[in-house]
Design a protein. Structure first.
Length: 402
């Protein structure tokens, strides 16, 4: 991968002697114009480099969006106040009443709820949920009014790997857009380079990595990004889910370490995955060769960052999962908390938390076990010690080495 955040940030800074090494924060909601006609032209989208109002563009947000676009190999980007804002703005920009979406049946629960409950009743937009790893099922679900295919590169929480090049081929053949949520695998997978049209992120997770804010991003071609912020018809401009520039500035600085963090998250996740496997626990990690998407992921990823920080184990029942997580938290393995990409390990029972929006019957159908514990593995310096604490927790809930 050629992207280097430090190089990209320096490009946007245009440093003069004695400037600070971090980009200045543009802490303004509005911007002054020297002439009224230039202001009018800016509203009409006819000027370059002019800022009119921070709900539309702000220099600090532009800096972060440009660096993210460089990371994705995209023409342009835009930054949002949450990952859900990135997803909902993208979908509402692409679809209108009467349209249809084909979506992976395993996505983040909030996305699932937006598709299942919100879009059909409020916007008359229908969704077909499919097993995204079954390309024949994906093709079969396409209708004359289908507008887009939606999936996550690595799905939440089942950690399936989406075959982005094949989905892109299906999309192009049927004149659809392929929208990919790459939240679990920034830098590891570059969806746009594999043929996707739009990539969305929850930057709340690995990209920021500090768990101190909620944020999101959208990257795609310039035409799409400009349509999003069109003053007359852009979903982002009109619904207004813009990121605060102070947050943009802090996220930009965290991007410098993303590559190093990902390598460590991946290394620690691989270590724990192997240990769980050796212990005899049912473990799901795309880095293990037994994972059904292992070879596919190998063919899609930038290998130097590893297979990512997400692992999932099956504890059989929700009660067993809950008991185990409390033991782990008490010992200092990490936190019983939702979310991911933090420097401490986070774990949660997906079926009763981040996928609780998915009805139990659907969870069963898609293979989401009630005892699934999803881990976002942290940056632990001593992962051997962490494993010992996990092993003790397993024993305390009665799970012995097989
Ligand atoms: N996409 C994925 C894969 C997620 O896991 C999440 C949240 O957990 C989101 C999107 C939503 O992001 P946010 O909480 O920043 O709105």
């Amino acid at each position: 991968m050629k992207f280097d955040p430090a190089v990209e940030v320096q490009k946007i800074m245009n440093l003069s002697p004695f400037d600070g090494v971090n980009p200045a924060i543009s802490d303004s909601a509005t911007f002054a114009f020297s002439r009224g006609d230039v202001m009018h032209d800016t509203f009409e989208g006819k000027t370059e480099g002019c800022f009119l109002y921070s709900r539309h563009w702000n220099p600090t947000n532009h800096g972060l969006a440009d660096v993210l676009a460089a990371m994705e190999g995209a023409e342009a980007g835009w930054v949002t106040s949450s990952g859900m804002a990135a997803i909902t703005s993208t979908i509402l920009q692409l679809c209108k009443s009467g349209d249809h979406i084909v979506s992976s049946n395993t996505t983040y629960g909030g996305t699932y709820a937006f598709f299942k409950n919100y879009l059909p009743s409020k916007f008359n937009i229908e969704i077909s949920f499919v097993n995204i790893t079954d390309l024949a099922e994906v093709e079969k679900a396409i209708r004359p009014n289908t507008k887009l295919i939606y999936t996550e590169s690595m799905t939440n929480p089942l950690l399936q790997i989406s075959d982005i090049p094949s989905l892109a081929e299906i999309s192009k053949k049927n004149k659809l857009k392929l929208v990919i949520d790459n939240t679990f695998t920034p830098m590891i997978i570059s969806p746009l380079k594999l043929g996707a049209d739009i990539v969305v992120y929850s930057m709340t997770k690995f990209i920021n990595g500090k768990n101190d804010c909620i944020a999101g991003a959208i990257c795609g071609n310039s035409e799409f990004i400009e349509s999003l912020i069109d003053v007359n018809s852009g979903t982002a401009m009109l619904l207004g889910p813009v990121l605060d520039p102070l947050r943009s500035s802090s996220i930009l600085k965290n991007l410098y370490t993303l590559h190093v963090r990902l390598q460590k998250h991946s290394q620690n996740a691989m270590y724990l995955a192997v240990k769980f496997k050796e212990y005899g626990v049912d473990i799901n990690y795309p880095g293990l060769k037994e994972h059904p998407g292992h070879e596919l992921m190998k063919s899609l990823m930038h290998g130097q960052f590893g297979y990512g920080g997400m692992i999932a184990i099956d504890m059989g029942t929700t009660d067993q999962a809950n008991e185990f997580m409390v033991h782990m938290q008490e010992k200092g393995v990490g936190y019983l908390a939702v979310s991911l990409g933090y420097f401490r390990t986070l774990f949660s029972n997906s079926g009763t938390s981040t996928s609780s929006e998915v009805p139990i019957e659907e969870q069963k159908k898609m293979g989401l076990s009630e005892g699934l514990v999803r881990f976002s593995v942290g940056l632990d310096m001593d992962i051997e010690r962490t494993w010992k604490l996990i092993e003790t927790s397993l024993k305390e809930v009665g799970i012995q080495h097989k």
